[in-house]
Design a protein around this ligand. Structure first.
Ligand SMILES: NC(=O)c1ccc[n+]([C@@H]2O[C@H](COP(=O)([O-])OP(=O)(O)OC[C@H]3O[C@@H](n4cnc5c(N)ncnc54)[C@H](O)[C@@H]3O)[C@@H](O)[C@H]2O)c1
Length: 338
């Protein structure tokens, strides 16, 4: 039996509690929040789980093997450092921390302590995202040309991070997973309308080492909930709409073909190909449940998580570059300079 504790029982923490609680070989031994109201609410649902307002109760409990951290981002580093130093396997919600420097420190500490360090890039465990990866790897869409992603809605406004740090970790982690190249530079522009200094709308672009390209739009100020990623290949294109309940991905057999060489401009025409659209059947499973099971499996086997501390660092490097670019009016910021 693996004993797990969850710290942070606001919006997301209860989802971690529910999923860990549903898994065999796992017991949620203790949950922690500084807000007593949240603890008494959760005690009503899970009377068998002990609660505490003191994080040190988790740290000092030698029976707790794994800690899941779902507090605001500004607390992630401090809490994760303590957990790892106590030799506990640690799952940190996205984004891993608020700086690349502190992410690197956690990666080092986990190595020294021989502890599992995992980051909650939940979409990497989504059967839909895995299917898209499979389609790309089977070369079904041809050469991957670019990805564009939009994650928009009205609120929830955060106080400690801008909309890119809040929403774009999902897009960045999916894009890095699908493109499978190193991001080399980031441009980002944005505006704060509601809270001075905290952008509520941003537009980011990423350049990759082997020519890959991606754009990400994030907003807390949009009338519609949009969760859309478009993956454009040289032969086919995929539209992933996560707001759909059934047909979340559609593959468009559409492409533009460049003509052979002509001598005169009059003879030069692109040819546009319009074929079928199809939506593959994908068995739905809750990504967070798969993620929680993966955390337990990594604890048991000692294997490196699919969303490791190193992956968390790569996402935070992009976010940090985006903040620097925002400060410099959208300038191109090289990841190597972060
Ligand atoms: N993976 C996902 O899809 C996903 C989705 C939503 C949020 N998240 C992430 O989860 C984390 C939490 O987000 P949220 O929306 O639940 O935030 P939230 O503000 O709703 O909840 C945070 C909770 O942490 C508690 N808290 C703060 N400091 C604490 C401390 N020192 N000790 C104990 N408790 C403390 C607060 O009282 C609050 O109840 C963030 O990192 C966020 O990015 C991930």
């Amino acid at each position: 039996m693996i004993n797990v504790a969850v710290i942070g029982c606001g919006y997301w923490g209860p989802n971690l509690i529910r999923n860990f609680n549903s898994l065999n070989e796992c017991k949620v031994k203790l949950i922690c929040d500084t807000d007593k109201n949240r603890l008494s609410y959760l005690s009503g649902i899970y009377p068998m789980i002990k609660t505490t307002t003191r994080y040190d109760d988790i740290i000092n409990d030698s029976e707790i093997d794994g800690v899941a951290i779902a507090t605001p981002v500004s607390m992630h580093f401090k809490l994760a450092k303590k957990s790892l130093l106590a030799g506990k396997h640690t799952l940190i919600e996205k984004p891993m921390t608020s700086s690349a420097k502190t992410c690197k420190e956690l990666v080092e500490t986990a190595k020294e302590k021989n502890a599992t360090l995992m980051v909650g890039h939940t979409f990497i465990y989504s059967p839909i995202v895995r299917k898209i990866k499979e389609i790309i790897e089977h070369n079904d869409i041809g050469e991957l040309l670019y990805i564009s992603s939009r994650r928009l809605n009205l609120g929830l406004f955060q106080k400690d991070i801008n909309v890119a740090w809040d929403l774009a970790p999902h897009d960045i982690s999916i894009i890095l997973y699908l493109i499978n190249q190193e991001p080399i530079a980031v441009n980002c522009q944005g505006k704060s309308h509601m809270n001075t200094g905290i952008e509520d709308v941003t537009s980011m672009s990423l350049d990759f080492s082997s020519g890959g390209f991606a754009t990400i739009q994030s907003s807390w100020l949009d009338p519609n909930k949009v969760r859309e990623m478009i993956i454009v290949g040289s032969k086919r294109m995929i539209v992933y709409d996560d707001t759909q309940t059934l047909e979340k991905i559609k593959i468009y057999d559409k492409r533009v073909e460049t003509p052979p060489h002509y001598d005169t401009f009059a003879e030069f025409h692109f040819s546009y190909y319009y074929g079928d659209v199809y939506s593959p059947y994908i068995k739905q499973e809750e990504p967070l449940k798969i993620e929680c099971q993966h955390f337990l499996d990594c604890i048991k086997t000692g294997s490196i998580p699919e969303t490791s501390g190193q992956d968390g660092l790569r996402v935070v490097q992009v976010l940090e570059a985006s903040s620097k670019s925002l400060q410099e009016g959208g300038a191109r910021i090289k990841i190597a300079d972060i």
